[in-house]
Design a protein around this ligand. Structure first.
Ligand code: GLN
Ligand code: ZN
Length: 752
C-alpha cells in the first residue's frame, strides 16, 4: 500500500451537488432524487481514485453540507430545539445548517466558522447540559457498504473525538469532561460495527493537533486514544493530521497504538525535523502528505523526492496528499478556454490522484521517464520574469513603507480639507445590486450591450445612488460599485498576471462555492482600474466621494497564489499595482480612498508563534506600501469584515490607515474595550447595524448602539456606518436602515 489521499471533493465537477441541493431546498425534487445524485457522485469519486491506483479510496468524505455537522448528527449532538421540530435525519441536518421556519417554528441556524486556515466553513457543534451522546454511525457504515457493493474496499474517514471537543461550543458551564467517556464509547461502537462489516482501515482526522496545544490538551488526546485504541481488534486505525505539524506532541503520539500516522509535509514546516529527530516507529505506516491539497499547481517531483529522502530510512511510506482535496477544484478536464500549455501546469483533485500515483511509482520503482517529464515541465520558463518589477521590489527601502507626516500630525490637515461634522456618516462601498444591474453587466459581458450604452447605464446608476445618499443625509458618499461582480475578480480582470477558469469551483460552505482567480505571472497594472468611475462620481457632487479599492493581502488571499515565488513577493507586486491606482485616484481629485482588507485576518497562521514571522511582518507593510505616498490631506480608509482582531490590535493600528470600519454589531462590542485598552490611534467606524440580515434597525436601536460606543471611545475618534457593503441587500431595507442611521447620528450629535 503506497498511494493514498485524505478525501475527495464532493460537489461534483459541474457543481451537481449544489444544484441538486438547491432544488431539494426549493422542494422541486424529493429526498430520493437527491440521494441518487449523491450516490452517483460518490461512485464517480471512488472510480477516479481506483483508476489512478489509490489503494483505499475514501468513503464517508461525502457530505450534504459539512463533515463536522455529520459528526454532530452521528453522535446525537443535536440541540433540543432542533429535535423538537420532529424532522427526519436529513432535514434535521439541514435545520441545523440553515435554520428552519414554518407557521409554528422559527429556529436559527447553528453558527458557522472558518475551518482552520481555509476558506471552508464548518457548523459548530453545541454541547449543553442536555447533550447526551448516542452513537449512530449509519451514514459512515452505509457509505462503506455501498462502496463495497460497488466493488471498492474503502477507508472510511471521520473527524476524531479530540478535534470535535476542541471545536465545540460549550454552553452554561458544561465542560468536555461531561461527555468524554460517552464520546469514547461512541467511537468504540463505531470500531465494533466496522469490524463486523469486515472493514480493514478507519481514518480518523485530528487536525486540531496542529494548533497550539496546552499541557492539558496534550494529555486529553493521549487519554482518549489510550482508551479507544484498546478496542480496535482487527481494524487498522490511521491518525490523519493536516494544515500543520505536530510540534507539541509528536513524541507522545508516535507511542500510541495507531497503525498509521498521516503527517503534513507541505504546511507542516517542522514535520521533517520531527521525524528526523525522534524517528518513526517501524511497526506503523507513515502517510506522507507531500501533494499539496490546497493549491492547484503541479507537484515538483524532484523536490518531493528529496523531501522523502530527508526522512531517512523509513520502509513504510505511503504517498499522500497534504490535506483533503475538497479545497481544490475537481478537475482541469472541463476547462475549454485555457490553453493546453497552461493547463499542463495545474493539478486539480483528479490530477492530484495521478500525481500521488506517479510519485509512488518513481519512489518505489524508480520510474525515470515519469520523473523526466516532470523535470521538463519545470525546466521550461513558465512565465517571463518582469525584471523591472523585480528591481523595483528589491530597491524598496524602509521609507517606502512609511507614510509621513504621522497619523496624528496629518489629522489636522484632513479635518481642514474635508470639513466633516462630528460622527461622520458613511457606508462601506457597495449599494444593492438589483436584478437590473446584474442583467446589464451580464449583457455587456456577453456583447449584447455596447460599451457606451453600458457606461451610460452605469453613470445613470451612480448619479441615482449619489442623489439617494445626499437625500438621506450621509456625509461621505460612495459611487455604489455597480460595475463590480466581486471585489477580487474585478481587480484580477484588470491586472496583468491573472488568469481565470470556467469551472474551478471550491466549496466555501454548504451549497456556496467560490471560483478564485489564479495568479499566473508577475502582476502589473496596465492602466487605471477605478479612476473613471470614482472621478465621475466626484464630479457629480460637492460632498466627498470615497474611491474604493481592494487591498493587496485580500486580493491574494482570495486567489490561488503562485508557488514559484513567495506570498510576500506576490503581495508586494499587488501592493505596487494598487499603489499606482491610489496615486491616480488622488491625482483625479478624490480626497478619501478606502482600501478594503476584508480577508486580512483569514490567513493568520494557526500557531501564535508564527503570526508575525510568517505573516504579519510582511502583510501589514504591504498595506502600508499601498498608501505611503499620498498627501497628508488625503484620507485613507480601510475595512475589515470581522471584528475578530482583538489579539492583533497593534498590527491593525500599524496599517496606518486614517479610518477603519469593521463588523461589530453582532459581537457585543467587546472589541471596543480592547481598542481602548490598546490606545488604538486609528479612527474607527464600528458597524452600527448588521447588513447580513434583511431586518431594518430602528433609529432608537442605532442610537443606543452609538451611545454604547461613545461611552468607551472619544467622539472625535468615531465614524458611523453599517458593518459591511450593501450589495447583497435590497433597496427596500437599505433606504430605511440608512435613514435611521443618519437620524440616530443627528440625535446623538445634538446632545454633545
Ligand atoms: N467595499 C466592499 C463592499 O462594500 C467591501 C466588501 C467586503 O468587505 N466584503 O462591497
Ligand atoms: Zn465587509
Amino acid at each position: 500500500m503506497k498511494k493514498s489521499i485524505i478525501a475527495f471533493p464532493r460537489i461534483g465537477s459541474n457543481r451537481e451537488l449544489k444544484f441538486a441541493l438547491e432544488k431539494y431546498f426549493r422542494k422541486e425534487i424529493s429526498e430520493d432524487e437527491l440521494q441518487i445524485v449523491a450516490k452517483e457522485l460518490r461512485l464517480e469519486s471512488w472510480k477516479s481514485q481506483k483508476e489512478a491506483g489509490i489503494d483505499y479510496p475514501i468513503s464517508n468524505d461525502f457530505s450534504f453540507y459539512d463533515q463536522t455537522l455529520d459528526l454532530s448528527i452521528a453522535l446525537g449532538v443535536i440541540p433540543e430545539r432542533y429535535k423538537k421540530l420532529k424532522l427526519n435525519e436529513l432535514d434535521t441536518l439541514f435545520a441545523l445548517a440553515r435554520g428552519f421556519q414554518d407557521e409554528e417554528n422559527d429556529v436559527k441556524a447553528r453558527p458557522m466558522k472558518k475551518w482552520f486556515n481555509t476558506n471552508y466553513h464548518y457548523i459548530v457543534p453545541e454541547i449543553s447540559k442536555e447533550t447526551v451522546i448516542k452513537a449512530n454511525f449509519s451514514k459512515l457504515l452505509n457509505e462503506y457498504q455501498e462502496a463495497k457493493t460497488a466493488g471498492f474496499e474503502t477507508r472510511p474517514t471521520i473527524i476524531g473525538p479530540y478535534t470535535f471537543l476542541i471545536l465545540a461550543d460549550y454552553l452554561s458551564g458544561v465542560t468536555e469532561d461531561a461527555i468524554l467517556s460517552d464520546l469514547i464509547g461512541a467511537y468504540t461502537i463505531l470500531f465494533d460495527q466496522l469490524n463486523n462489516l469486515g472493514g480493514e482501515w478507519l481514518q480518523i482526522e485530528e487536525p486540531a493537533l496542529v494548533l497550539d496545544q496546552t499541557e492539558e490538551e496534550q494529555q486529553l488526546f493521549i487519554k482518549i486514544y489510550q482508551e479507544l485504541l484498546k478496542n480496535k481488534n482487527k481494524l487498522r486505525v490511521l491518525l490523519q493530521t493536516y494544515f500543520g505539524d505536530l510540534r507539541n506532541s509528536y513524541q507522545e503520539i508516535i507511542k500510541l497504538d495507531f497503525d498509521g500516522i498521516g503527517l503534513d509535509f507541505v504546511e507542516g514546516r517542522e514535520s521533517v525535523k520531527l521525524v528526523q529527530k525522534y524517528g518513526f516507529p517501524k511497526n506503523k505506516l507513515l502517510f506522507a502528505g507531500v501533494v499539496n491539497g490546497k493549491n492547484i499547481w503541479r507537484n515538483h517531483y524532484q523536490k518531493t523526492l528529496s523531501l522523502l529522502k530527508d526522512l531517512g530510512n523509513i520502509d513504510n511510506i505511503v504517498i499522500n496528499t497534504s490535506c483533503s482535496l475538497q479545497h481544490v477544484p475537481v478537475t482541469t478536464e472541463n476547462e475549454t478556454k485555457l490553453s493546453k500549455e497552461i493547463l499542463n501546469h495545474f493539478a486539480f483533485a483528479k490530477e492530484k490522484l495521478v500525481e500521488v500515483s506517479e510519485i509512488s511509482e518513481i519512489y518505489v520503482k524508480k520510474n525515470t521517464s515519469l520523473l523526466d517529464k516532470n523535470i521538463a515541465l519545470f525546466d521550461k520558463n513558465r512565465v517571463q520574469e518582469n525584471i523591472q518589477l523585480k528591481q523595483k521590489i528589491i530597491h524598496l527601502t524602509d521609507k517606502d513603507f512609511i507614510r509621513t507626516p504621522s497619523l496624528v500630525e496629518r489629522r489636522a490637515d484632513q479635518i481642514k480639507a474635508l470639513n466633516l461634522p462630528l460622527l461622520p456618516t458613511t457606508t462601506i462601498g457597495s449599494f444593492p445590486q438589483t436584478p437590473e444591474i446584474r442583467k446589464s453587466r451580464l449583457q455587456y459581458k456577453r456583447g449584447e450591450l455596447s460599451k457606451s450604452d453600458y457606461e451610460a447605464f452605469l453613470e445613470e446608476k451612480i448619479k441615482e445612488c449619489l442623489e439617494l445618499q445626499e437625500n438621506i443625509g450621509l456625509d461621505v458618499l460612495v459611487h455604489g460599485e455597480f460595475e463590480r461582480n466581486d471585489m477580487v475578480e474585478y481587480f484580477g480582470e484588470q491586472l496583468d498576471g491573472y488568469i481565470f477558469t470556467q469551472k474551478a469551483w471550491v466549496q466555501s460552505y454548504g451549497t456556496r462555492c467560490v471560483k478564485p482567480p489564479i495568479v499566473w505571472g508577475d502582476i502589473t497594472r496596465p492602466q487605471a482600474m477605478t479612476v473613471r468611475w470614482s472621478a465621475y462620481a466626484q464630479s457629480q457632487t460637492s460632498k466627498p466621494v470615497k474611491g474604493m479599492l481592494t487591498g493587496p493581502v485580500t486580493i491574494l488571499n482570495w486567489s490561488f497564489p503562485r508557488e514559484d515565488i513567495s506570498l510576500k513577493e506576490s503581495t508586494l507586486q499587488l501592493a505596487l499595482a494598487v499603489q499606482e491606482e491610489v496615486l491616480d485616484l488622488e491625482k483625479s481629485g478624490v480626497k478619501i480612498i478606502q482600501i478594503d482588507e476584508a480577508a486580512l485576518r483569514e490567513k493568520l497562521p494557526l500557531r501564535r508563534s508564527d503570526w508575525y514571522s510568517e505573516y504579519l511582518d510582511w502583510a501589514i507593510p504591504a498595506f502600508r506600501l499601498v498608501h505611503s505616498k499620498v498627501k497628508a490631506e488625503t484620507q485613507i480608509h480601510t475595512h475589515m469584515c470581522y471584528s475578530e482582531f482583538e489579539d492583533i490590535i497593534p498590527s491593525i493600528d500599524a496599517m496606518d490607515a486614517d479610518v477603519i470600519s469593521f463588523e461589530a454589531s453582532r459581537s457585543q462590542l467587546s472589541i471596543i474595550d480592547a481598542l481602548k485598552a490598546h490606545h488604538f490611534q486609528t479612527l474607527v467606524g464600528p458597524g452600527v447595524y448588521d447588513i447580513h440580515s434583511p431586518r431594518i434597525p430602528s433609529s432608537q436601536e442605532i442610537k443606543i448602539q452609538l451611545e454604547k460606543i461613545l461611552n468607551k471611545l472619544p467622539i472625535e475618534q468615531v465614524w458611523v456606518n453599517p458593518d459591511c457593503g450593501l450589495k447583497t441587500r435590497g433597496n427596500k431595507e437599505t433606504i430605511p436602515s440608512l435613514t435611521h442611521l443618519v437620524e440616530a447620528t443627528k440625535e446623538v450629535r445634538k446632545g454633545k
